[in-house]
Design a protein around this ligand. Sequence first.
Ligand code: C2E
Ligand code: MG
Ligand code: MG
Length: 502
Amino acid sequence: MGPLATAATAFTPTDVLVWFLVTCVFASLTAVALYRRLSRRLNSRLDAARSQLDELRGRDSLTGLLAGPDFEAALDDAVRACDQGTAPVALLYIDLDDFRTLNDGYGRRVGDAVLVEAARRLALSARGRSVASRLGGDEFAVLLAADLARASDAAAALLQALQRPYEIEGLKLQLTASVGIAVYPDHGSRPRLLRHALLAMRAVKLGGGGALAHYDPTMAVDVREQAEMLQDLRLALERGELQLYYQPKIDALSLQVTAAEALLRWQHPQRGMVSPAVFVPLAERHGLIVPIGRWVIEEACRQAAQWRDRGLRMRMAINISGHQLRQDDLVSQILATLQHHGIPPGRFTCEITETVAMEDTGHTRAAFARLKQAGLHISIDDFGTGQSSLASLRRLPAAELKIDRAFVTDLADNASARSIVQAIMQMAHSLGLRVVAEGVETEAQRDALVALGCDELQGYLFAKPMTATALALWADRDSEGQGDAMFRPSLFDATAPLALGP
Ligand code: C2E
Ligand code: MG
Ligand code: MG
């Protein structure tokens, strides 16, 4: 027998059976793997088809809530109904706080489950009365027929529902949310409504989230508008669109005018008069406040000299931004301009807000030291809103303290505002500071302030901010004895080269 015959005889029936079984097992394993791959592919195709179907039906495929375009259509319908006389329409813009951290930390599956659960809670509390939608990512919207008060109640209930713990895959997760509210028609036209609700939501985020806010017009300057406004603001100076208005400060006892505060105005060719509350923060953020502030100093000094030459004797006050204070050449610029116009530094007030004044940095300390050395009159503006203590106030070389308008507004009918003003007054007087109350609008406020010992008053009750010409006319009328306030006899004889009247 040859070697071949030997090999052939080595395959016994058992060997064949084993071979057969191995082949069967291998074949079935391959079949299972193939089947799995196929069914996975089929499933994902099915999922895609299902989400396409959801989208066709106007639903978000993850949460089942109404998707963007259909939500917009629902909003159109609601606005149309409101125009025909039904209730106002409230739009709530909801964003989960720090959702990205949760998604990155626990993974997409947990993130998706949270979104599904959040959507379920929204749909549940929205049931019957309103329409809930997923705008994308972790952003949702709820639409309801309600005025601001009812919308705020609904938003508070939604916040509570969203902030209950989420139990997912054995984890107990806690979330907060931010809600912005815009009500049609009070908070804007249909095309702006969603954006205004978004701006309100962003305002909540800026404050740390976990709360609700309704839209207010100061939020209206959105990113695009800000960019446009910034472009225009860059050109405002050279186009001569900036102007100073002046508001007098009045001695509380003698009613003599002690000073005029210069307040910036921007006459925009399309927007009309823009408030400094809008454009000063913009100028500060984009490095424009320094050249604008330089112009304010120049213009205020020029005007002070002109008034002095007409015989109007008062201090000129300007507002100084924190950014200007950090410029090393601020004081030398003020001094040079004052000298050019022949105005003594003691007749020029620099108003610096309490929060800026209390920044205890090297820059502010050095700036205050230079202001003091130059002999300028320093006033702490908007006092009472910050955290000043007697000790911190003592180290500032200030001569004047302006009580914030908020306290003055509440003075007549709020006992705690009265005791705060009284405490500020005592503290200021103990440091030898004069106290000015700003925003005095009523006689009741004036009387309360005088009774508490306030030194100077400023507010619409006496005069609104006005142009330089209007102020000169006001002074003339006053010097003829027709006004309430008097420019004579002057508090500042030294700056009065011309005699006024008989
Ligand atoms: P501020 O220095 O505290 O000025 C007082 C604000 O209250 C002014 O608003 C004034 O018009 C307003 N006001 C005065 N009396 C009354 C009143 O009786 N009732 C009410 N409701 N308001 C009154 P304005 O002119 O809109 O200025 C807002 C703020 O903009 C100023 O607050 C100041 O912080 C800033 N600002 C204005 N001009 C300048 C400037 O030249 N430079 C800088 N850096 N900031 C400026
Ligand atoms: Mg001021
Ligand atoms: Mg103020």
